[in-house]
Design a protein around this ligand. Structure first.
Ligand code: HEC
Length: 127
């Protein structure tokens, strides 16, 4: 009996911990999947008309990384210009909510473990 009560207590506190952890994450917008916090509506209004919001929510980066992406889209993809305040609020939201992550890519494979490159130029001149 005593054992069962302790186990119940452990389960209850585990649930409480999980609930707290979940409560701290901002809710996701049902339409865009963006985290509904800070200037998320600016991002929704400016960033999801050309492509899926998933391109944004699966991306991670610093403010500078996000700014570079914006510059690339402005140069190559017809993205409009932002006034500096709007741009800074957008990149702040993005860097705060989709920040760089260490573990998103595996380490590069050492060259000696790579298969031969079929597209490499021939090492001996063809005859
Ligand atoms: C005028 C159209 C347009 C708007 C508005 C736009 N983008 Fe893009 N974006 C593009 C195009 C085109 C691509 C390339 C899509 C592809 O590769 O399929 C792209 C790609 C991306 C990518 C993927 C880049 C990669 O690594 O491949 C991200 C992230 C992104 N956009 C974020 C944003 C953010 C943040 C905003 C708002 C500031 C935004 N986009 C607004 C046109 C736009």
């Amino acid at each position: 009996m005593k054992h069962q009560a302790r186990r119940l207590l452990m389960v209850a506190s585990a649930c409480a911990l999980t609930a707290t952890a979940v409560a701290q994450e901002p809710a996701l917008d049902a339409f865009s999947g963006l985290k509904m916090t800070g200037d998320w509506e600016l991002v929704r209004n400016n960033c999801i008309s050309c492509h899926s919001p998933k391109l944004i929510t699966q991306q991670r980066g610093s403010k500078n990384h996000w700014l570079k992406l914006i510059r690339w889209m402005q140069e190559k993809q017809n993205l409009w210009q932002f006034d500096p305040d709007t741009e800074s609020r957008i990149t702040t939201y993005l860097a705060d909510n989709y920040p760089p992550q260490e573990d998103r890519r595996r380490a590069a494979i050492p060259p000696d473990l790579m298969p031969p490159n079929p597209y490499a130029p021939p090492t001996t001149p063809a005859d």
